[in-house]
Write a protein of this length. Structure first.
Length: 94
């Protein structure tokens, strides 16, 4: 099966990508799943860059989400099998 994975998120104070939203759709367009991740308790800093990202890109708030971020691997493992081709856009998402 071919799927499209899209991630939206923020930058940490160390310029690392922090995933807030994960959407997975089949190549034919049907949505397979969608998650909004909670901010890890260890990350409390919200920069001006992240405020701009919220206002101008995805409208996600730093405090949005109910799925623990440490579950992202479990979520991806459940959705992506060994024979799955995954398409993403952007270098940070590879």
């Amino acid at each position: 099966m071919d799927i499209i994975v899209d991630l939206q998120g923020f930058k940490s104070t160390y310029n690392n990508f922090i995933c807030k939203e994960l959407a997975v759709a089949s190549i034919c367009g049907s949505v397979l799943d969608h998650f909004i991740f909670a901010t890890p308790p260890s990350l409390r800093n919200f920069s001006k860059e992240n405020a701009w990202i919220t206002a101008n890109l995805h409208s996600l708030r730093w405090t949005d989400g109910d799925v623990p971020l440490n579950k992202i691997r479990e979520v991806l493992d459940r959705l992506i099998s060994e024979n799955t081709t995954v398409y993403v856009k952007g270098l940070e998402k590879k």
